[in-house]
Design a protein around this ligand. Structure first.
Ligand code: SF4
Ligand code: SF4
Length: 195
Protein backbone atom coordinates (compact mmCIF):
# COMPACT_ATOMS: atom_id res chain seq x y z
CA UNK A 1 0.00 0.00 0.00
CA UNK A 2 1.43 3.41 -0.92
CA UNK A 3 1.85 5.98 1.78
CA UNK A 4 2.33 9.73 1.77
CA UNK A 5 5.25 11.46 3.45
CA UNK A 6 4.70 14.71 5.34
CA UNK A 7 7.75 16.89 5.91
CA UNK A 8 7.60 18.74 9.21
CA UNK A 9 9.65 21.87 9.79
CA UNK A 10 10.65 21.44 13.42
CA UNK A 11 12.00 24.97 13.71
CA UNK A 12 8.53 26.48 13.78
CA UNK A 13 5.72 25.69 16.19
CA UNK A 14 3.60 23.14 14.36
CA UNK A 15 0.25 23.98 15.93
CA UNK A 16 -2.67 21.54 15.68
CA UNK A 17 -2.60 20.96 11.94
CA UNK A 18 -0.03 18.08 11.93
CA UNK A 19 -1.91 16.41 14.77
CA UNK A 20 -5.15 16.58 12.79
CA UNK A 21 -3.44 15.17 9.69
CA UNK A 22 -1.94 12.34 11.76
CA UNK A 23 -5.30 11.44 13.27
CA UNK A 24 -6.96 11.64 9.87
CA UNK A 25 -4.45 9.10 8.47
CA UNK A 26 -5.02 6.83 11.48
CA UNK A 27 -8.80 7.00 11.07
CA UNK A 28 -8.55 6.27 7.34
CA UNK A 29 -6.44 3.17 8.01
CA UNK A 30 -8.84 2.07 10.75
CA UNK A 31 -11.75 2.40 8.32
CA UNK A 32 -9.87 0.48 5.60
CA UNK A 33 -9.01 -2.32 8.00
CA UNK A 34 -12.30 -2.71 9.89
CA UNK A 35 -14.88 -1.80 7.26
CA UNK A 36 -13.25 -2.43 3.85
CA UNK A 37 -11.17 -5.38 5.13
CA UNK A 38 -8.07 -4.03 3.35
CA UNK A 39 -5.55 -4.51 6.14
CA UNK A 40 -1.89 -4.00 5.30
CA UNK A 41 -0.95 -6.85 7.63
CA UNK A 42 -1.49 -10.58 7.08
CA UNK A 43 -2.07 -13.53 9.42
CA UNK A 44 1.46 -14.95 9.23
CA UNK A 45 2.35 -17.84 9.20
CA UNK A 46 -1.05 -19.12 8.04
CA UNK A 47 -0.98 -16.54 5.26
CA UNK A 48 2.12 -15.69 3.29
CA UNK A 49 2.88 -12.95 0.85
CA UNK A 50 3.84 -13.77 -2.73
CA UNK A 51 7.48 -13.03 -3.38
CA UNK A 52 9.43 -12.48 -6.59
CA UNK A 53 10.54 -15.42 -8.73
CA UNK A 54 14.05 -14.12 -8.11
CA UNK A 55 13.68 -14.16 -4.32
CA UNK A 56 16.86 -15.17 -2.53
CA UNK A 57 15.64 -17.69 0.00
CA UNK A 58 17.06 -20.90 1.46
CA UNK A 59 19.28 -22.76 -1.00
CA UNK A 60 18.60 -25.87 -3.06
CA UNK A 61 21.18 -28.32 -4.37
CA UNK A 62 20.08 -29.71 -7.71
CA UNK A 63 20.26 -33.43 -8.43
CA UNK A 64 21.10 -35.42 -11.56
CA UNK A 65 18.60 -37.82 -13.10
CA UNK A 66 20.13 -40.68 -11.06
CA UNK A 67 19.58 -38.76 -7.80
CA UNK A 68 23.25 -37.88 -7.18
CA UNK A 69 24.24 -34.24 -6.63
CA UNK A 70 24.75 -32.12 -9.73
CA UNK A 71 27.51 -30.32 -7.82
CA UNK A 72 31.04 -31.18 -8.95
CA UNK A 73 32.71 -29.90 -5.76
CA UNK A 74 34.67 -27.18 -7.56
CA UNK A 75 34.58 -24.92 -4.47
CA UNK A 76 33.74 -21.81 -6.52
CA UNK A 77 30.68 -21.06 -4.39
CA UNK A 78 32.63 -21.48 -1.15
CA UNK A 79 35.41 -19.26 -2.50
CA UNK A 80 33.11 -16.44 -3.56
CA UNK A 81 30.88 -16.57 -0.47
CA UNK A 82 31.38 -13.31 1.48
CA UNK A 83 30.08 -14.86 4.70
CA UNK A 84 32.34 -17.93 4.44
CA UNK A 85 29.41 -20.10 5.36
CA UNK A 86 29.74 -22.89 2.76
CA UNK A 87 31.78 -25.95 3.74
CA UNK A 88 32.53 -28.63 1.16
CA UNK A 89 34.46 -31.88 1.24
CA UNK A 90 35.07 -33.42 -2.15
CA UNK A 91 35.04 -37.09 -3.10
CA UNK A 92 35.89 -38.82 -6.37
CA UNK A 93 33.31 -40.09 -8.82
CA UNK A 94 34.07 -43.05 -11.05
CA UNK A 95 33.09 -41.19 -14.22
CA UNK A 96 35.96 -39.58 -16.08
CA UNK A 97 33.68 -36.76 -17.21
CA UNK A 98 32.53 -35.66 -13.75
CA UNK A 99 35.43 -36.52 -11.46
CA UNK A 100 34.24 -35.00 -8.17
CA UNK A 101 31.14 -34.70 -6.04
CA UNK A 102 30.49 -33.25 -2.59
CA UNK A 103 30.82 -35.88 0.15
CA UNK A 104 29.93 -33.09 2.54
CA UNK A 105 28.21 -29.84 1.58
CA UNK A 106 26.94 -27.60 4.35
CA UNK A 107 25.62 -24.06 4.50
CA UNK A 108 25.41 -22.22 7.81
CA UNK A 109 22.12 -20.42 7.27
CA UNK A 110 22.68 -18.17 10.28
CA UNK A 111 25.83 -16.74 8.71
CA UNK A 112 24.50 -16.58 5.16
CA UNK A 113 23.53 -13.09 3.96
CA UNK A 114 21.44 -14.44 1.04
CA UNK A 115 23.38 -12.46 -1.56
CA UNK A 116 23.15 -15.15 -4.26
CA UNK A 117 26.84 -14.93 -5.17
CA UNK A 118 27.14 -18.73 -4.83
CA UNK A 119 24.40 -19.14 -7.44
CA UNK A 120 26.14 -16.74 -9.80
CA UNK A 121 29.50 -18.46 -9.37
CA UNK A 122 28.34 -22.03 -9.91
CA UNK A 123 29.38 -23.31 -13.35
CA UNK A 124 26.98 -26.29 -13.16
CA UNK A 125 23.81 -24.49 -12.04
CA UNK A 126 23.92 -26.96 -9.17
CA UNK A 127 23.06 -24.47 -6.44
CA UNK A 128 19.88 -22.42 -6.66
CA UNK A 129 17.81 -20.46 -4.21
CA UNK A 130 14.21 -20.93 -3.23
CA UNK A 131 11.44 -18.56 -2.21
CA UNK A 132 11.40 -20.07 1.27
CA UNK A 133 12.34 -17.77 4.11
CA UNK A 134 11.02 -19.60 7.18
CA UNK A 135 14.26 -19.95 9.07
CA UNK A 136 13.20 -21.58 12.31
CA UNK A 137 15.22 -23.82 14.61
CA UNK A 138 15.88 -24.46 18.25
CA UNK A 139 19.65 -24.72 17.97
CA UNK A 140 22.45 -23.39 15.81
CA UNK A 141 23.26 -26.93 14.59
CA UNK A 142 19.75 -27.30 13.21
CA UNK A 143 20.32 -24.32 10.93
CA UNK A 144 23.51 -25.68 9.44
CA UNK A 145 21.86 -27.37 6.51
CA UNK A 146 23.64 -30.37 5.02
CA UNK A 147 23.82 -31.83 1.50
CA UNK A 148 20.88 -34.19 1.78
CA UNK A 149 18.63 -31.57 3.35
CA UNK A 150 19.65 -29.11 0.65
CA UNK A 151 18.65 -31.65 -1.97
CA UNK A 152 15.34 -32.65 -0.38
CA UNK A 153 14.02 -29.62 1.36
CA UNK A 154 10.62 -29.66 2.93
CA UNK A 155 8.66 -26.61 1.85
CA UNK A 156 10.19 -26.40 -1.60
CA UNK A 157 7.05 -27.48 -3.38
CA UNK A 158 5.05 -24.97 -1.36
CA UNK A 159 7.36 -21.98 -1.91
CA UNK A 160 8.92 -22.68 -5.30
CA UNK A 161 12.26 -21.97 -6.88
CA UNK A 162 13.68 -18.48 -6.47
CA UNK A 163 16.92 -16.92 -7.69
CA UNK A 164 18.72 -18.95 -10.34
CA UNK A 165 21.14 -17.94 -13.04
CA UNK A 166 19.11 -19.02 -16.05
CA UNK A 167 16.69 -16.10 -15.69
CA UNK A 168 19.05 -13.21 -15.98
CA UNK A 169 22.49 -14.36 -17.09
CA UNK A 170 22.91 -12.76 -20.51
CA UNK A 171 26.35 -14.34 -20.92
CA UNK A 172 25.03 -17.87 -20.46
CA UNK A 173 24.45 -18.64 -24.18
CA UNK A 174 27.97 -17.37 -24.90
CA UNK A 175 29.44 -19.60 -22.19
CA UNK A 176 27.48 -22.63 -23.39
CA UNK A 177 28.63 -22.01 -26.96
CA UNK A 178 32.26 -21.75 -25.80
CA UNK A 179 31.98 -25.00 -23.79
CA UNK A 180 30.34 -26.83 -26.71
CA UNK A 181 33.08 -25.57 -28.99
CA UNK A 182 35.72 -26.81 -26.55
CA UNK A 183 34.03 -30.21 -26.29
CA UNK A 184 33.87 -30.54 -30.07
CA UNK A 185 37.48 -29.63 -30.50
CA UNK A 186 39.09 -31.40 -27.55
CA UNK A 187 36.59 -33.88 -26.16
CA UNK A 188 34.66 -33.64 -22.87
CA UNK A 189 37.62 -33.01 -20.59
CA UNK A 190 39.31 -30.30 -22.65
CA UNK A 191 42.88 -30.37 -23.88
CA UNK A 192 45.21 -32.82 -22.16
CA UNK A 193 48.44 -31.37 -20.83
CA UNK A 194 51.43 -32.35 -22.96
CA UNK A 195 53.94 -34.62 -21.28
S1 SF4 B 1 23.89 -16.56 -0.55
FE1 SF4 B 1 25.81 -15.39 -0.32
S2 SF4 B 1 26.32 -15.58 1.86
FE2 SF4 B 1 24.77 -17.15 1.43
S3 SF4 B 1 25.91 -19.01 0.96
FE3 SF4 B 1 25.55 -17.98 -1.00
S4 SF4 B 1 27.36 -16.67 -1.34
FE4 SF4 B 1 27.35 -17.27 0.83
S1 SF4 C 1 30.02 -23.78 -7.40
FE1 SF4 C 1 28.42 -25.28 -7.91
S2 SF4 C 1 29.51 -27.08 -8.62
FE2 SF4 C 1 31.01 -25.78 -7.58
S3 SF4 C 1 31.04 -26.57 -5.45
FE3 SF4 C 1 29.55 -24.90 -5.50
S4 SF4 C 1 27.56 -25.89 -5.93
FE4 SF4 C 1 29.17 -27.35 -6.43
Amino acid sequence: MSSRVFTVNRNVHPGFWPIIIGHWETLKNLFRTLVLRQASTIQYPEQKRDVSRRYRGIHILAARADGTPKCVACFLCATVCPAECIHIEAGERPERTIEKYPVRFEIDLLRCVYCGFCVDACPEEAILMSRENDLVGTSREELIIDRDRLMRRAGLAEHGVGYRPTDHDLRRPVRIEAIEDMKNRYGLNGPRPRR
